[in-house]
Design a protein around this ligand. Structure first.
Ligand code: GLC
Length: 565
């Protein structure tokens, strides 16, 4: 098998429950993916990452797992998982699975045992601590740490009158990587799937496996207030030991790809600790910096406003991560969004310029360096939800957001925020055609669809040379199978214009050729002196050399001579 195949790979992330429903129960499934592999082959991708399909009570979309080594019956069988892997391989598509490492479901047998008594053999699989008594004499959490999904990072368990740590939802107890028997169990989980033939993992939430086990209060808030202090359980040194051990025990015996989700807060020096040749742990990290350039996640948007892409921030973050990684000699994944984020079209494009801005996003993404990840639906420019009722938002973090804000804000204000930034946006059922339920299912989907499937759908776009879908396909071909492939997959990366507020211009250079990408992120014409060279790709049929039309992108190829530059 080719080593480091991922360096020239374009992957596609499948959010399984919303991808394609093969059996008419309103929810996507494994067979749905099998049936759509030919579609993916036509698009041109050569790897897939499938979100969790393991048994789960579905508190957090399958990231709350009650059995790591099985398939949820509502999604298929282990035989189907094997069939999927085999069929994908026969089409030249590698398969990555989600390896969920931070927590189990509270319905996992380990947890059921662990909570039953303080001396149960599985007690130390999780993190337990006694509560405190506050000045009012009430029993409260062991410390002031807050959780990612809101509220405290602890939940009370009456069986032993103690609290267990949980940095996501109450139903997702964190597992204790400090305890060797637990680490051995988790290594076995990885082996199980690798032995079935998968080509690697996207490792969920790995940044949090190391915690401050002193459980001391965070100083970011008073002892009785909640402190959202991620440093207590993010990117802490001890976790590199756990990952190095896992590499030695498991990964080094397989030629597989491991990409860790390190989320917000991680910087390049952290990435270099994860991807460390001296002390191997994993192959790449997913950071979040480059997906939240517009600052949506930290802003409670109380009034509808048009999102203006923050080009300066986008450029700054891409330069930091991409140039930094290339200089440090590490591989990295490049993507617009995943299942936790708003839709790329709604954040970086513009629904009023749907086709052209969606095509622009394809051109930019697929001319950047790194292993590319396309999120399902991005290739047809699916948009954020148009939900009109709070009830339609089902995601655990959205539900908690509603719970925490409903006393202070109106429903309309909360919905405005969730429509911009909520995780339901990424979970929308895939829009396959303009038929009922968007061709996703024959019955009512488990999650409300957007009505715009009538004009945004794969079938129409596959028949249209000028569609977003066709641009994704052309760009994938250009990147992987053209005379320009080496520039796009191996070329270095630099920004040509460090100042422009509206236009992002970068260059890829390889040997004596270069490809320049120009991208106008505004809904109006912007004057810009366009360089000479052969136009390799454009999202408009006609263009001029004095500037860029709304959301215009252009790829220019030319010879590069260091002496003349
Ligand atoms: C990751 C996943 C997210 C999930 C969380 C807890 O961030 O991407 O969807 O909620 O981990 O597993």
């Amino acid at each position: 098998m080719q080593k480091d195949w991922w360096k020239t790979s374009v992957a596609y992330q499948i959010y399984i429950r919303s991808f394609y429903d093969s059996d008419g129960d309103g929810m996507g499934d494994l067979r749905g993916i099998i049936e759509k592999l030919d579609y993916l082959k036509t698009l041109g991708i050569n790897a897939i990452w499938i979100t969790p399909f393991y048994p789960s009570p579905l508190d957090d979309n399958g990231y709350d797992i009650s059995d790591f080594m099985a398939v949820d019956p509502s999604l298929g069988t282990l035989e189907e998982a094997k069939e999927l892997i085999e069929k994908a391989h026969s089409l030249g598509i590698k398969v990555l699975l989600d390896y969920v490492m931070n927590q189990t479901s509270d319905e996992h047998p380990w947890f059921i045992e662990s909570k039953s008594s303080v001396d149960n053999p599985k007690r130390s699989y999780y993190l337990w601590a006694p509560g405190r008594v506050n000045p009012a004499g009430e029993r409260v959490e062991p410390n002031n740490w807050g959780a990612f999904f809101g509220g405290p990072a602890w939940n009370y368990s009456p069986e032993t009158d103690q609290y267990y740590m949980k940095i996501f939802s109450d139903k997702m107890p964190d597992i204790n990587w400090d305890y060797e028997p637990l680490r051995k169990e988790m290594a076995q989980v990885a082996r199980f799937w690798l032995d079935l033939g998968v080509d690697g993992f996207r490792m969920d939430a790995i940044a949090h496996l190391g915690r401050d086990l002193s459980f001391k209060n965070s100083k970011l808030a008073g002892p009785w207030e909640l402190a959202y202090d991620w440093s207590k359980f993010s990117n802490r040194d001890v976790l590199y030991d756990y990952l190095h051990e896992l590499h030695k025990d498991v990964f080094q015996h397989y030629n597989v790809l491991t990409i860790g989700e390190v989320g917000g807060g991680a910087k390049l020096p952290d990435a270099l600790k994860y991807v460390n040749k001296e002390r191997p742990a994993i192959d790449m990290v997913f950071n979040f910096d480059t997906v939240w350039c517009n600052g949506l996640e930290n802003r409670t948007i109380l009034k509808p406003e048009k999102i203006k892409v923050n080009v300066a921030e986008l450029r700054k973050r891409l330069v930091y991560w991409l140039k930094g990684s290339i200089e440090a000699g590490i591989a990295f994944p490049m993507y617009w969004t995943n299942h936790d984020h708003p839709r790329a079209l709604s954040q970086y494009g513009d629904i009023n310029f749907h086709q052209v801005s969606g095509r622009l996003l394809a051109m930019v993404l697929l001319s950047l360096p790194g292993m590319i990840f396309i999120y399902n639906g991005e290739e047809i420019g699916m948009t954020n939800v148009d939900y009109q009722s709070l009830e339609d938002f089902k995601d655990a973090s959205s539900r908690n957001f509603i719970r925490d804000h409903k006393h202070k804000y109106t429903s309309e204000q909360i919905m405005t925020h969730l429509r911009y930034a909520g995780r339901d946006n990424g979970h929308l059922p895939f829009q396959w055609s303009n038929t009922k339920y968007g061709g996703f299912s024959t019955s009512e989907p488990y999650l409300k669809m957007n009505d715009n499937y009538q004009w945004i759908n794969a079938e129409d776009q596959m028949n249209d040379q000028q569609s977003i879908w066709s641009m994704y396909r052309e760009m994938i071909q250009l990147r992987l199978e053209s005379d320009y492939s080496s520039i796009l997959t191996q070329g270095n990366f630099d920004v040509l214009d460090h100042q422009h507020p509206d236009v992002f211009v970068f260059v890829r250079r390889y040997e004596n050729h270069e490809i320049i990408t120009l991208a106008n992120f505004r809904d109006h014409y912007v004057q810009y002196p366009i360089m000479s060279g052969k136009v390799l790709q454009s999202n408009y049929e006609t263009y001029d050399h004095k500037g860029l039309q709304p959301y215009e992108g252009r790829l220019i190829w030319r010879e590069y001579d260091e002496k003349n530059s």
